[in-house]
Ligand binder design. Structure first.
Ligand code: F0G
Length: 461
């Protein structure tokens, strides 16, 4: 029997959600050109599109919103955030920005340009886009077991260190502008990176003098997995694990909309106060985001973020949080539905290819399941597969992803056990009629970059 870890909080404010009929949803998704990003939020019953910016803030954070200092320069909320960042991550320089991709936009052009490469355990789609926008090319280098959803190994988010070193030698160390460790590894299914792997990657980077950046959106969930699964860290606190993990890198970029539980915010961190990057980061930030003490955020956002950085690393919160994904995963095991196993931190990545083995990658099985979940029960999810991956930037041909997932991303502190049961029941109903769904989708219009947000699709008859 699947076990559910009870919430370590109670609910103080509620938000009514609309119920729709199947007929209404069939019409709505057709009007949305079968792209779930085109749906109105109010037409969704359970919104698992993303765990980004969709969490519920605590009473302390809301109180912080009222205390936010809106001074243009040097606001007290900035200093509170800076001190929280220095304390939790152990970095000398903390730069607020408005979200994760803003951090990438500010930092990546300082490390990359045409002819250069960036190597990662796996790039998230916006991270990959910012590597390419800087003129460079992005290479994924995740461990092989990540590519098989049924292999239950503890750190499927890891970098393949041997392959990393081979790639560095193949392209030449001077061509590698940055190595990026994404923790947790979102695209591989919210899979954790071990302390050992981070240390080994750091050693390789030092050996070849290549900067190491952490893409730190889910730093706390990663630390929780490390504590649970890695012998050397089992007696450490989450905060100690976070600090040690970050000590191996030179910089971090962070979407704070995930583990720091705010609706908007991001950070850049630089470990050493004397790094020449800091002045350049400030300059880019002033051009793109705003003065460096607010970086595109209101004082109230800085204040809520300073509090959220700590709430995210609370161990009883993390046990409940990871427990939600584990609960869904246990129920899927009982139902024989395959997913990236063991389940990751911020959600469940259902193996849509296993559910629709007859639908090829270029008809987007992950998108097929996402559309079916909406039609079935008003649940919004997204494809993490070939549809999201897009086309080769050089040949323009459709790329084949290593997996075809439909991601159920769980917002933080938002949905109850009954909501999660509703999601699993919908998946079971779809699995039972999966063989009746013969074909997938074709794209009728797409933009050149990050297409999945905006593309139009139609079912292939
Ligand atoms: N890096 C990772 C690993 C991410 O998951 C995201 C966003 C970003 C960077 C960019 O951050 O959205 O604040 O600009 N991931 C969201 C998601 C959108 O749904 O997984 P952002």
């Amino acid at each position: 029997m699947a076990k559910y870890i009870a919430e370590p909080f109670r609910i103080k404010a509620v938000e009514t959600i609309k119920m729709t009929t199947r007929d209404e949803r069939e019409k709505l998704i057709k009007e949305a050109k079968y792209n779930l990003f085109n749906l109105k939020g109010e037409d969704v019953y359970i919104d698992l599109l993303t765990d980004s910016g969709t969490g519920a803030m605590s009473v302390e954070q809301w109180a912080g919103v009222m205390k936010g200092d809106e001074a243009y320069a040097g606001a007290s909320s900035y200093y509170k955030l800076r001190d929280a960042g220095i304390d939790v991550f152990g970095y000398d320089y903390i730069q607020p920005v408005h979200q994760g991709r803003a951090a990438e936009k500010v930092l990546f052009p300082l490390l990359l340009n045409e002819g250069k490469y960036a190597i990662s355990n796996m790039f998230f789609d916006t991270t990959r886009a910012h590597v390419e926008l800087a003129g460079a090319r992005a290479i994924d280098c995740v461990v092989e077991e990540a590519k098989n959803p049924t292999i239950r190994s503890p750190f499927k988010g890891n970098m393949d260190v041997e392959k990393l070193e081979k790639l560095i030698n193949e392209y030449g160390p001077e061509k590698i502008g940055v190595v990026v460790m994404t923790i947790t590894n979102n695209s591989a299914g919210g899979q954790p990176v071990s302390m050992k792997n981070m240390r080994e990657v750091s050693e390789v980077c030092k050996k070849y003098n290549i900067p190491l950046n952490i893409d730190a959106a889910r730093y706390a969930e990663n630390a929780y997995f490390v504590k649970k699964r890695e012998e050397e860290c089992k007696h450490m606190s989450i905060q100690e694990i976070v600090k040690q993990m970050f000590s191996y890198a030179d910089t971090f970029t962070m979407s704070a909309k995930k583990d720091a539980i705010v609706n908007m915010g991001g950070l850049i961190g630089v470990k050493d106060a004397d790094s020449p990057l800091i002045l350049k980061i400030k300059a880019n930030c002033i051009s793109y985001e705003g003065f460096y003490t607010y970086g595109g955020l209101s004082g109230r956002d800085l204040e809520a973020l300073a509090i959220g950085i700590y709430e995210g690393i609370d161990e009883s919160y993390l046990a409940y949080r990871i427990g939600q994904s584990e609960y869904i995963a246990d129920r899927l095991d009982e139902a024989g539905i395959s997913y990236q196993a063991p389940v990751g931190g911020h959600g469940v990545f259902v193996d849509a290819q296993a559910m629709f083995p007859h639908i090829p990658y270029y008809e987007f099985p992950g998108q097929v399941l996402a559309v079916e979940l909406y039609k079935e029960a008003g649940i919004r999810t997204c494809d993490i597969g070939s549809y999201m991956l897009g086309n080769d930037p050089d040949t323009k041909e459709q790329l084949k992803a290593d997996f075809e997932f439909t991601r159920l991303a769980i917002p933080r502190r938002v949905y109850t056990q009954a909501h999660l049961d509703n999601v699993v029941d919908a998946l079971i109903a779809i699995k039972e009629r999966a063989h009746e769904i013969k074909r997938g989708y074709r794209i009728t219009w797409e933009p050149p970059i990050l297409r999945h947000f905006q593309a139009h699709l139609e079912p292939i008859e």
